[in-house]
Design a protein around this ligand. Structure first.
Ligand code: AMP
Ligand code: ZN
Length: 479
């Protein structure tokens, strides 16, 4: 089945076809983190979805060039930098949060993108793009030296503003300007491409043909994606809040730069498919520090949850539905994963070193069909847990040979290449303290000291581990 999903550009479900003549290569861009603080679990819902989309494209046989930028200069970063008590450079400040971001990213088993450009390394490309917009009269300079994008002029030359979201043009204030990077649809107005240096910017500025200043947020992504993926590319992803104004402005800048001054040229399309992910709510509300429902990944690690449990929960609902995050939900994720782990452990034991043989189970096909249908993750998980149920039954009835068990494990590996919820090496390791207790219990049993061996069993339980006695010896399992 071909992959289909909801393209925000056409406002309907479409079959995905890459622009590559051989049908293999896909150019994918996602707006990356703004590095001024630790990312929260809502941000990571978006990045995990991006990872799932990339992995599923690879599962379908595409070769993905995945670009995720780092926004390392914008209004919020400059505010925080200037409020920081120590004197520190922009790069030193943002690299603290960039490093933290990737530590969390790895814990969630997200694949590193193919290219991770930092905005501040692409200032020349931004100036070139602004230059093109100036040349064809779509951008103009204000008396303070800033450069703005003229929506009216863009539309007069044949550009389309409002491709992703409907804009009420009666409310677009012609010639009015907005300098903030973030604003509401009702406030649509000419937006800043280049912000002239002001004292509040401190040392954050670059020279330009129009005077010292810094880029607006939107031009950053237009310039980086063009440089790394070309004038037109296949797929652009981001959280739903970015559709307006950020993505709408990215389209206007990129397509506007391909128009001609005299009018009459057709814009070169910027992106062929757009995917937007719904937001994460926490306990039914928008996450905010004042509501006390604001979680970073680190907060959840401190409570004893693991990256794979968080990943599982964040991947449990459809990308076009908001997900309500609760700690009970996370506990549910833990028990669902332990059901899966248990089945896989039994399969591994049965398979030993055997080679896989026999026809693939339905798992891979059912999972493929589910995700090809607008990334229907609920149906994907249903396919996984149906397979777990059937596999457990076959094991209980002793109907699986070693090579059949190996076959089932190979099927799971294909699916897990997309879901990526198997334990990472670090998590698989059993802490030394727990192993020492297990050894002591074995010794106590040998010495027929059952009171002691039961006491150890209880102690292990209180630490979150149970012992299962199997014909091959005891096995430790997470509760
Ligand atoms: P930022 O670092 O603020 O630029 O955001 C990074 C990504 O996280 C963007 O794609 C946002 O759309 C996304 N995002 C922000 N808040 C949430 C949320 N509550 N749920 C899901 N995604 C979010
Ligand atoms: Zn962007």
């Amino acid at each position: 089945m071909d992959l289909q999903f909801f393209n925000t550009l056409s406002h309907r479900i479409e079959t995905f076809k890459t622009s590559d003549p051989l049908g293999k290569k896909v150019g994918l861009y996602c707006c990356g983190p703004t590095v001024y603080d630790f990312a929260h679990i809502g941000n990571f819902r978006t990045f995990i979805f991006v990872d799932m989309v990339r992995r599923f494209l690879e599962f379908k046989g595409f070769q993905v060039k995945h670009v995720m930028n780092i926004t390392d200069v914008d209004d919020k970063i400059i505010q925080r930098l200037n409020a920081s008590p120590e004197k520190i450079t922009l790069r030193d400040y943002t690299s603290i949060y960039e490093k933290a971001f990737f530590e969390d990213f790895d814990q969630l088993n997200c694949l590193r993108p193919s290219i991770i450009p930092r905005a501040t390394d692409y200032i020349p490309q931004m100036l070139e793009l602004i230059g093109k917009l100036m040349e064809n009269g779509i951008a103009y300079q204000t008396p303070d030296g800033s450069i703005f994008f003229s929506i009216q002029r863009y539309m007069a030359l044949g550009g389309k503003y409002g491709q992703l979201v409907k804009i009420n043009f009666d409310e677009v204030r012609v010639g009015e300007r907005i300098k903030n990077d973030e604003y509401e649809k009702e406030n649509a107005a000419d937006f800043a491409l280049w912000k002239a240096r002001v004292p509040g910017d401190g040392e954050v500025f670059w020279p330009s043909p129009w005077g010292e200043g810094r880029p607006g947020w939107h031009i950053e992504c237009s310039a980086m994606s063009r440089k790394l993926l070309g004038e037109t590319f296949d797929l652009h992803l981001g959280g739903e809040d970015l559709a307006f104004p950020h993505h709408e402005d990215e389209i206007a800048q990129s397509e506007g730069s391909t128009l001609c001054k005299e009018g009459g040229c057709k814009p070169t399309p910027f992106v062929r498919y757009w995917l937007h992910f719904s937001h994460l709510l926490v306990e039914g509300k928008k996450m905010s520090k004042s509501l006390g429902n604001f979680y970073t990944l680190r907060d959840l690690f401190a409570k004893g949850y693991t990256g794979r449990e968080i990943r599982y929960l964040l991947l449990s609902a459809h990308y076009r539905e908001s997900l309500n995050f609760t700690l009970e939900g996370l506990n549910g994720a833990r028990s669902a994963l332990s059901r899966l782990d248990e089945c896989l452990a039994k399969l591994k034991e049965l398979a030993g070193a055997a080679e896989a043989s026999g026809a693939p189970s339905d798992l891979v096909q059912n999972f493929d069909d589910a995700l090809s249908n607008d990334f229907n993750l609920s149906a994907g998980w249903a396919a996984v847990f149906d397979w777990v149920r059937q596999t457990n039954k076959l094991i209980a009835e002793e109907k699986l040979s070693a090579s059949e068990a190996a076959r089932l494990l190979a099927d799971w590996a294909r699916v897990d290449a997309v879901l990526a919820v198997s334990p990472q090496k670090k998590e698989e390791e059993i802490p030394a303290e727990i192993l020492a207790l297990l050894e002591e219990r074995q010794a106590a049993r040998k010495a027929k000291n059952f009171a002691r061996s039961d006491a150890i069993r209880d102690e292990l339980k209180s630490k979150g581990w149970v012992i299962e006695d199997t014909p091959k010896g005891p096995r430790l399992k997470r509760i």
